[in-house]
Design a protein around this ligand. Structure first.
Ligand code: AMP
Ligand code: GLY
Length: 426
C-alpha cells in the first residue's frame, strides 16, 4: 500500500513514523515533509495548499491512502478535492472541518446541542463588541473566528485591554479575515486537557489524554505558541471526567455534526477545561494536535492504517483502540530562541544520531531541512520534539530532558518545566 501524508511538522513526522510500522505499507510519500520525515518517506516539494497538484501526484503515483495532518488544507477543502477525483483520503470534508475553521460555528453548535462550553456572544461589528464589553465581567476572552495559528485568542484582564483587543482583531486585522467575526466568551479557570479522538461519522473512539504547554516561557509566562511540549496521559483526566465527557461531549459533538448534515470523519481534538462546574469545551480542532500526536501515537498499539480505514469506511464501532497504559510519554520542544515572534533559521543541528537504536527515545522534526551541503539545519520556530517513554511520567520526563542535551544548535531554546506540575502527583 502506498500512503501520502500532507504536512511538514512534528505531527506529520509522528504520523509517518506510525504509518511506517504498518506491515501493509510499502511506500510513504510526504508533501512537503522535512529532513526528519525524509528518513521514512520520500518528500515531494508540493505545498499543503496546492490541492490540484497534490491530487494529480496521488493519481500519478497510484496512492492508496492520503492522510491530511494540517488544519489549513482541511479547512480549505482538500478532502473534497481528493474525493471528487475518486481518491481515498483520511480527514474531514470542508463542511465538517468548519468545526475548527470557525469558532462562531463551533460555539453556536455547542449552544444548540447543549454541549458544555463557556458562555459567549459573537460579533461582526466592532462597535457592538465594545458596547457589550462595557457591561461584561472581566477577565474576558476574545477569539478571532477563523484560523490564526493558535494565536487568535486574547485573554483580557480589563476593559482597556479588551477594547484594544477588538481593535487588533477587527480593525487592524492582525489575523486578516479571521477577525471579520469575533467570539467574546466567559473566562474559565481550571486544568486544561487535550483529548484526541478518531471519528467515522457516527462512532467516536478516544485516544489517551494529553496536556499541552502553550505559553513560550516557564511558569506559563510569555506568548501563546503552537505548543512547547506536553505529556500523556494527564493524571487529571480521571475516570469521572472521562465518564462525564463521554456522556455530554464526545458523542454529542459527533451526533450534532451528523444532525447538521456535516458528518465528521477524521480526528476531533477536544480542548477541554476542567472547571469547578465540570469539564467544558475550550475549542475543537479537526486534526491531530502538534505536539499531542508526538506523545499519543508512540503509545497507540493498533496498526494506524486499520484505524484510518475504519474511519473512512464507517466501521470504527467494531474496532478496539489499544494504548500502552503502562507507559507515559513526555515531549519537550526544542525551539529557536525568539519563537513565536522573531527567530533565525538555518543553524546546523548536531547530535541527531544519538537517538538511533535507542528504544523509548524519539526525535520528531518540527522545522528542519537539508542545506546545500546535506546538513540538517533549523527551518522554523519549533525545531524538534524530543520525546521519551517511561514507566511513569517522572521517568519519561527525566529521559526526555536527558535527551534534550544530546542535541545542539545555535539559539536552542526550551521550557524547563514541561510536565513539572504533575511530578508531585505520582
Ligand atoms: P483555543 O485556541 O481556543 O484553545 O485557546 C488558546 C488558549 O487560550 C487555551 O488553551 C486556553 O489556555 C486559553 N483560553 C481559551 N479560551 C478560554 C476561556 N474561555 N477561558 C480561559 N482560557 C481560555
Ligand atoms: N498543540 C495544540 C494544537 O495542535 O492545536
Amino acid at each position: 500500500m502506498k500512503v501520502l501524508i500532507v504536512g511538514s511538522g512534528g505531527r506529520e513526522h509522528a504520523i509517518a513514523w506510525k504509518v511506517a510500522q504498518s506491515p501493509k505499507v510499502t511506500k510513504i510519500y510526504c508533501a512537503p515533509g522535512n529532513a526528519g520525515i525524509s528518513e521514512l518517506a520520500e518528500c515531494v516539494p508540493i505545498a499543503a495548499m496546492e490541492f490540484d497538484k497534490l491530487a494529480a501526484f496521488a493519481k500519478e503515483k497510484e496512492i492508496d491512502l492520503t492522510v491530511i495532518g494540517m488544519d489549513d488544507p482541511l479547512v480549505g477543502g482538500i478532502v473534497d478535492v481528493f474525493e471528487a477525483q475518486g481518491l481515498r483520503v483520511f480527514g474531514p470534508r470542508k463542511n465538517a472541518a468548519i468545526l475548527e475553521g470557525s469558532k462562531a460555528f463551533s460555539k453556536n453548535l455547542m449552544k444548540k446541542y447543549h454541549i458544555p462550553t463557556a458562555s459567549y456572544e459573537t460579533f461582526t461589528s466592532p462597535e457592538e463588541a465594545i458596547a457589550y464589553l462595557e457591561t461584561a465581567k472581566m477577565p474576558i476572552v476574545l477569539k478571532a473566528d477563523g484560523l490564526a495559528l493558535g494565536k487568535g485568542v486574547l485573554i483580557c484582564q480589563n476593559l482597556e485591554e479588551a477594547k484594544a483587543g477588538v481593535k487588533e482583531l477587527m480593525l487592524d486585522k492582525k489575523f486578516g479575515s479571521a477577525g471579520n467575526e469575533i467570539v467574546i466568551e466567559e473566562f474559565m479557570t481550571g486544568r486544561e486537557v487535550s483529548v484526541l479522538s478518531f471519528v467515522d461519522g457516527n462512532t467516536v473512539k478516544i485516544m489517551s489524554s494529553a496536556q499541552d504547554h502553550k505559553r513560550a516561557k516557564d511558569g506559563d509566562q510569555g506568548l501563546n505558541t503552537g505548543g512547547m511540549g506536553n505529556f500523556s496521559p494527564s493524571p487529571f483526566y480521571t475516570e469521572q471526567v472521562d465518564a462525564f465527557c463521554k456522556e455530554h461531549i464526545y458523542q454529542a459533538t459527533v451526533d450534532a455534526m451528523k444532525a447538521e448534515g456535516r458528518p465528521f470523519k477524521g480526528v476531533i481534538f477536544f480542548g477541554l477545561m476542567l472547571t469547578e462546574d465540570g469539564p467544558k469545551v475550550l475549542e475543537y480542532n479537526a486534526r491531530f494536535g502538534d505536539p499531542e500526536a508526538q506523545v499519543v501515537l508512540p503509545r497507540l498499539q493498533n496498526d494506524i492504517i486499520d484505524v484510518f480505514e475504519a474511519c473512512i469506511d464507517g466501521t470504527l464501532e467494531e474496532m478496539e483502540l489499544r494504548f500502552d497504559n503502562d507507559r507515559a510519554t513526555v515531549c519537550v520542544i526544542l525551539a529557536s530562541d525568539g519563537y513565536p515572534l522573531h527567530y533565525e533559521k538555518g543553524f546546523v543541528i548536531e547530535g541527531l544520531e544519538n537517538f538511533k537504536g535507542k528504544d523509548d527515545y524519539y526525535v520528531f522534526h518540527s522545522g528542519t531541512k537539508f542545506d546545500e551541503q546535506g546538513r540538517v539545519v533549523t527551518n522554523g520556530g519549533r525545531v524538534l520534539g524530543v520525546t521519551a517513554n517511561g514507566a511513569t511520567l517522572k521517568e519519561a520526563r527525566e529521559k526526555a530532558y536527558e535527551a534534550t542535551e544530546w542535541i545542539h544548535f545555535d539559539n536552542k531554546y526550551m521550557r524547563s518545566d514541561i510536565a513539572a506540575s504533575v511530578m508531585n502527583l505520582e
